[in-house]
Design a protein. Sequence first.
Length: 247
Amino acid sequence: MLEVLAVIAVVVYVIGRQLLGESLRGKRVLLLPAILVVVGLTRLGGGSHHVRPVDVACLVASGVIAAAIGAGQGAMMRLENREGGLWGRMPPRSLLLWAALVGSRVAMTVLASALGAHVAASTAPIVLMLGVNRLGQAALITRRALAMGIPFAREKDGSVFLSDQLSGLGARLTGQGGQGGQGGHPHPGRDGADDGRYDPYDAYGRDDRSRRRDTYDHDRYDTYDTYDRGDAARRDRTDRRASRRYR
């Protein structure tokens, strides 16, 4: 019972901070959920019941649900750059996802108890599921921050958690790690090099030039052909008049 009250206090604290908005430091976003997962795993084997396959199945299903809800929370969070670091705030409607997380845990407890999965139905997995949920949110927040080019907020010692590793990952996500560090390949025909790839812009130029050349040639030959037919008709009329004159 004490463990459940502690988890409730942590959840209320986290919800309050997220609704008010906070600077998102890497250790709090990434490291703290990982610690909760490790602590939750150690709690599974501390009871009087042993973990059985049915417990594992219920825990996996509950973990997938918790991670999916966490990903939804990470996608819903509003992120922005404040003072050169990541800052985020959850909208009030995010409380619905917290309610869904609690409801899924209650439903899984009832199902696990009916299946005889005593470990999955106990309070032992609560910390584990909270950690999995936080990891799901951390994954989406990290990916979005990298795509936006915003680093995590500075830690208390002034450093940025995993700055070198995340900066390289961000460069790959944004496509800036290509040839020569410029991202992507050069367009064929623009610098004299052709890498063999299809370039829609160059293809459009070739097609347009071909259409103009074909139209010009077609009009020119049609014009010549018209002149030729006109000359032939005039010659025929001249010949007929000359023949009637000498009859």
